[in-house]
Design a protein around this ligand. Structure first.
Ligand code: MTE
Ligand code: MO
Length: 477
């Protein structure tokens, strides 16, 4: 085995252009990535790490935390980093300073956010809505809607913006400006609860030592808003696709509709979901009557009612009809469910089905004391694929006895109930105990309900937690 070449930090820092070669550091390795840059899926963004350690950037772009990325990088290894000597201290300081600056620049377009949001990660920005803010309004105000970004918020110029569509039957080079979208198609308003696949992830491992990979969301990675825009189906029809025959879509080799966002994120939905008039899939340009704010995908985003929010691609500028799902990392190597026994290593992403419609869900948002024997509970319930909520059961004794909650049902058909249902109940607390567990579980129009505990639905990615929601409270004398 040839002895590895040793480079100091200073030497690495001199390699930042194609003429010197572009070098980076990862852990203790030194890599010459000059040849890799043209094929990097994230484009020239990787140049931000030129001459320094790539690790701080990779902790932002968590997409890289895979064995594939690390083994790919090994092909470009040219040597090892010399142990830092006293003379490297200023180089380290310099490097850290320029890393901080580069990261700030990368997120330079990120907007100001409301201080009431519970921040789970600053860069990229991820924050959930406080329970009281979800409780206080049926329609969540834009500034309080939860925010889930995988990447920096992109710069979008409404005047320059064009949506491209491609695929079988689609007119060559079909493009639409925002102005054309607004003028040519009927405007539609649809109230939709968007829920992250990881909503309630934290609860999936509470009290256990099982690992979960992902942001520790509590009950607030869900919000309810009125989205306005045009039906995707109408736009595909105008572009030349025979959407009226969508049931036959697969015969034309069109199985999926893929969406690309300007930030580099992508996802897809089944073609039948995209083209089914009952599903009301939107290309939205307004959120609660205002232009969509930067964090939520302005100027244009996909809104797929009844489906995991990961498929509602923000800042969408390209749509493709295809026989394949989106090739995006988040479609193929994330947002899939696995058995409770699968580990990070044995989760087979090729084989698993991507999450689309979601299971029935509910959570407690508030418990307030009426007197020392009685409490008032409030919360939300929701189910995927437009299934309405027909009942929410609440218990004040950990699930031994139950009563029906009062429902606040949105004005939507029972099979197109994309919004959430709010509920409330006044319950008597059990006697002779110091503490008790309040519980809620919902039942949807298909009489599907929630599992009693997380044991049977635990998965290492921490998605799809729809177990009974439990809150422990003390009981007065
Ligand atoms: N679209 C783009 N372009 N980039 C993203 O990071 N995140 C997805 C989805 N669409 C994402 C995206 C995920 S995982 C979720 S949960 C929702 O957007 C969050 O939407 P919101 O930030 O408007 O609440
Ligand atoms: Mo998400």
């Amino acid at each position: 085995i040839p002895k590895a070449k040793i480079f100091t930090r200073h030497e690495v820092s001199l390699h930042t252009t194609p003429s010197t070669g572009i070098w980076i550091i990862h852990n203790q390795g030194v890599y010459d990535i000059t040849r890799f840059i043209p094929i990097h899926p994230g484009g020239s963004r990787i140049l931000l790490a030129a001459g320094k350690s790539i690790d701080p950037f990779w902790s932002v772009f968590s997409i890289h935390h895979t064995p594939e990325t690390y083994s790919l990088l090994e092909e470009y290894r040219i040597g090892d980093l010399a142990p830092d000597g006293p003379s490297d201290l200023s180089a380290i300081e310099e490097m850290q300073k320029s890393e901080t600056e580069a990261l700030a620049k990368l997120f330079g377009n990120d907007p100001e956010r409301d201080e009431r949001l519970i921040v789970r990660s600053e860069r990229p920005f991820n924050a959930e809505t406080r329970r009281e803010d979800l409780r206080d309004s049926f329609v969540t105000p834009n500034h309080l809607h939860y925010k889930r970004n995988h990447l920096p918020v992109p710069v979008v110029d409404e005047e320059e913006f064009a949506l491209e569509i491609e695929g079988p039957h689609i007119e060559d080079g079909f493009r639409l400006s925002i102005k054309e979208l607004k003028e040519r198609f009927e405007k539609a308003d649809v109230m939709v609860a968007l829920q992250c696949a990881g909503n309630r992830r934290k609860d999936m491992t509470t009290g256990t030592d099982k690992p979960v990979k992902g942001l520790p969301w509590e009950e607030g990675a869900i919000s309810n808003a009125v989205w306005s825009g045009v039906y995707l189906r109408d736009v595909l029809a105008a572009a030349g696709y025979p959407v009226k025959e969508y049931e036959k879509a697969h015969m034309e080799g069109v199985e999926h509709v893929q969406f690309d966002g300007l930030d580099g994120y992508g996802a897809s939905i089944p073609a039948t979901t995209a083209m089914d008039p009952q599903r009301e899939v939107l290309l939205a340009y307004e959120m609660n009557g205002e232009p969509i704010p930067p964090d939520h995908g302005g100027v244009l985003r996909v809104v797929v009612p009844g489906t995991v929010a990961a498929r509602s691609v923000k800042w969408v500028n390209k749509i493709a009809l295809s026989d394949e799902e989106s090739w995006s990392h988040w479609q193929r190597h994330d947002y899939k469910g696995f058995s409770p026994s699968a580990t990070q290593e044995t989760s087979d992403y090729e084989k698993a089905e991507s999450i689309q419609d979601m299971p029935v869900q509910s959570a407690i948002l508030d418990v307030s004391e009426r007197d020392n024997r009685t409490v008032h509970m409030q919360g939300y319930a929701w189910s995927g694929a437009g299934h309405g909520i027909v009942r929410v059961d609440v218990s004040a004794d950990g699930g031994k006895t139950w009563m029906d909650a009062e429902l606040h049902v949105p004005p939507q058909d029972r099979n197109r109930r994309w919004a959430w249902t709010k509920w409330e109940a006044t319950v008597k607390l059990p006697k002779g105990v110091k503490e008790t567990e309040l519980v809620c579980k919902a039942v949807d129009t298909g009489y599907n309900t929630q599992p009693e505990t997380v044991d049977s639905i635990y998965n290492v990615r921490g998605v799809l937690n729809s177990a009974w929601h439990r809150v422990r409270i003390p009981v007065g004398e």
